[in-house]
Design a protein. Structure first.
Length: 201
């Protein structure tokens, strides 16, 4: 039968204490980060994040600036498109109104000739009614007749077909060959007129 080694009471406790002491000595010998080192690492990390934040903010500002430029370009494009559409519409409107003025001239001439020849009153009334409706339409669109006879000649409003000797003041319009019209203050068709000049002595 093998012999058992008898240990004195308290020996196991001393052995455990010796092991704990040895473990503490090993841990004490192992270097662990100091508080200053950890603080330095955190500071470096914060600085890095701040730099990243600055870079992202710069990108964001750049994108926002580009967006503003695009928005301004689009607004200018929209304004140009609106103006072009308005100009096209105005040109088409002016062309139509100019054609209607020719019809108005013909109706006025027809009325004048019919009155001179004492035409049927029913015919005169019918033509007159069409003429009045046409004039109402023109007025609704902003068309106004240019004053000519008795007014001073203006190259912006009148075309001088002839200069005739007259007792009137030189430059006065003495006769209108074709009526002129304004469209909302702009010349749609100038008047063709005869202008007075001094008589030769």
């Amino acid at each position: 039968m093998p012999f058992k080694t008898l240990r004195k009471p308290g020996y196991a406790m001393k052995e455990n204490k010796a092991q704990v002491a040895t473990s503490q000595e090993v841990e004490a010998k192992t270097p662990e980060p100091t508080r200053e080192l950890k603080l330095a690492e955190l500071t470096a990390r914060v600085s890095e994040l701040e730099e990243d934040l600055k870079a992202e903010k710069a990108k964001s500002d750049d994108y926002f600036r580009r967006l503003q430029y695009l928005q301004a370009d689009f607004e200018n494009y929209r304004k140009r498109s609106d103006k072009e559409m308005s100009d096209v519409k105005q040109m088409g409107n002016e062309r139509l109104l100019s054609d209607l003025l020719v019809v108005n001239d013909e109706l006025e001439l027809a009325l004048q000739k019919a009155k001179e020849k004492n035409e049927n009153p029913v015919f005169l009334e019918g033509v007159g009614m069409v003429h009045r409706r046409l004039q109402g339409l023109l007025a609704k669109e902003g068309v106004q007749r240019i004053q000519s006879v008795g007014s001073k000649f203006s190259p912006d409003l009148h075309d001088a077909a002839l200069r005739v000797p007259s007792d009137h003041e030189e430059g006065m319009i003495v006769e209108e060959i074709r009526s002129g019209y304004l469209l909302k203050g702009r010349v749609l068709r100038p008047s063709i007129v005869k202008v007075a000049e001094k008589q030769a002595t």
